[in-house]
Structures are given as structure tokens and as C-alpha cells.
Design a protein around this ligand. Structure first.
Ligand code: URA
Length: 287
């Protein structure tokens, strides 16, 4: 892809760069690092801008992968009816649910904690219902709450970039969060909110049966792997639990806040993910 002469481009990591400078990764004096940064950043900027609500509705995979909507997402969500026949309250039915469509309806109806009140609606998660790899973040932010999709703000753009740069597509993985509703002001979800919402994620994991779960940031890592885990110390490590391989890495938002110290490390973690996935399950190796 060619540079546009004279156009200042905004780095995904927050800075501005002149075309060709390649600010994304690595040593600014290294031609190789510049080339990698330039390629991925321009590809990202030109091809991977987030969807808008004005885009026509395109539901794939039984309505799980929303690229946009004909009407605002909260209205779509209010249209969803209680069509699951059961005597049990919605949340107690989780253990009985064996497909993501029904689970999604149940999660959208969830009122187990107060977060739903302050949010436009629950953000269920999206991607391949039979994904080998699942990514778990913290909780929806403002953009995610508006669109009803996980990781669609700046952190999501970085996640997309990491995926694409390591030969994965967003559609082949599944992306979810620890809590499904946006905490007010993007605060950290409280322990009782995490506890209330966790059965929703556990049901997603049970149904999707991923081989690998990548935990993005401290909350996801401590909730799913080990409460004593420290991301700065333990990132890049693999853990085995209940037949699933877990990889812990930084939350993309943390990388955006501390590009200098974290960008190369998250890149290494995604390279480790690609290597392990290729080694264990075949497929292309992007190295
Ligand atoms: N941060 C998260 O943890 N999850 C999202 O979906 C978006 C931002």
C-alpha cells in the first residue's frame, strides 16, 4: 500500500506520524521495524476502521456476529422475546442451555447485577460459535455499549490489528468479556458484579469449547486463571486448566496507554499464540 504524500496519519497508539515513519512497533531506527509498523498501521487505518450503526445489518452465524444494525442496538435488543420455555428463572437455566443463540437471549435478559441498569444493554460477545481460540476482556466500554459488540473502540482496533498481523481473523475467533454490561464511567467491575456475571461467560466457554483462551488484562487473567496472577509478571505464560490452554497478556487499552513498554511484549504474546496454535493444531505459521 502506498503512502499518501504529505498526509499526517494518527498512530493507533495515539501519536501522529508522517507517512512512512511507521510508529507502531519497535526501534524507530530499525528499517525492519519501521517496515512492519508501516505496513500494519496503514493496513489498519485504511481497511479496518470500526463499523458504524449506519451500516446495513449483516447478521452472520445465526445472528451472533453483528457488523452493524438497521436500528440502534438497544432497540434490537428490546425486540428479543422470551421464547425459551422453562419453569426456571432465566439465569438458573444456564446449565441447561447448549447453544449460543439461546444463551445470548438469556444473557440479554440478565438482571443479576446493577450494571444492566446503567447500560444500553448487554454485550454478549461475537465470533465463531465453534472457535478454537477465545479472547476475554474486562467489560464493554462506551463504544461497545453503543454498538452492542465487544472490542470495537480503540482497544478493539488494536486487538484486530494484533489478530490480523498474526494470521487470525476476527471472524474465526470468539471475543467476549468478563462482564457483559458496561460499568458506569468505564470503572473496573466490582467483585460482586464479576461473580454475578461469571456464569454467563462460563456457559459461553462450555458451549464454544475453545482450545485456547487468551485473557486480556488483569481482571480476565485473575478471574479465569488465578487470582494471584500479575499481568506484568506473568504475561506471555501459558497455563493449563480444565483441558484448556490459557495465555495471559496485556489488555490492549493498557498497551495504548503505555506503548513504549508494552507494545513489543503484546506482539510477542500474539506470536506465541500463533506458534502454539500452529504447532498443536496445524494451519499456517506466519513467521
Ligand atoms: N475493553 C474490554 O475489556 N472489553 C471490550 O469489549 C472493550 C474494551
Amino acid at each position: 500500500m502506498k503512502d499518501k504524500p504529505g498526509v499526517i496519519q494518527r498512530s493507533l497508539f495515539g501519536g501522529e506520524s508522517l507517512p512512512g515513519q511507521g510508529t507502531l512497533f519497535g526501534d524507530p531506527n530499525s528499517a525492519a521495524d519501521q517496515a512492519v509498523g508501516r505496513c500494519v498501521e496503514q493496513e489498519m487505518l485504511l481497511e479496518h476502521m470500526g463499523p458504524t450503526v449506519e451500516e446495513p445489518c449483516r447478521d452472520l452465524q445465526e445472528g451472533l456476529f453483528h457488523q452493524g444494525r438497521e436500528k440502534p442496538f438497544h432497540e434490537v435488543r428490546e425486540d428479543i422475546h422470551h421464547d425459551v420455555e422453562s419453569e426456571l428463572p432465566a439465569q438458573d437455566r444456564l446449565a441447561e442451555i447448549d447453544n449460543l443463540v439461546v444463551l445470548r437471549q438469556t444473557v440479554l435478559e440478565c438482571r443479576r447485577c446493577g450494571l444492566r441498569q446503567g447500560a444500553r444493554g448487554a454485550v454478549f460477545g461475537e465470533g465463531n460459535p465453534a472457535a478454537d481460540i477465545m479472547f476475554v476482556g474486562e467489560g464493554p466500554g462506551q463504544r461497545e455499549d453503543e454498538l452492542g459488540r465487544p472490542f470495537v473502540g480503540r482497544a478493539g482496533q488494536l486487538l484486530d490489528l494484533m489478530l490480523r498481523s498474526h494470521g487470525f481473523s476476527r471472524e474465526e475467533v470468539f471475543i467476549a468479556n468478563i462482564v457483559k454490561c458496561r460499568p458506569p464511567g468505564n470503572r473496573l467491575p466490582a467483585p460482586q458484579e464479576v461473580e454475578a456475571c461469571l456464569p454467563n461467560l462460563e456457559a459461553q466457554i462450555r458451549i464454544i469449547r475453545p482450545k485456547i483462551i487468551v485473557t486480556l488484562g488483569a481482571l480476565a487473567s485473575q478471574t479465569l486463571i488465578d487470582p494471584g496472577l500479575r499481568v506484568t509478571r506473568d504475561r506471555g505464560k501459558w497455563f493449563q486448566k480444565d483441558g484448556v490452554s490459557y495465555l495471559t497478556t496485556f489488555h490492549p487499552a493498557a498497551v495504548l496507554r503505555d506503548e513504549r513498554n508494552k507494545k513489543r511484549l503484546i506482539w510477542e504474546d500474539f506470536a506465541s499464540l500463533r506458534q502454539k496454535y500452529t504447532r498443536l493444531y496445524g494451519g499456517k505459521d506466519t513467521d
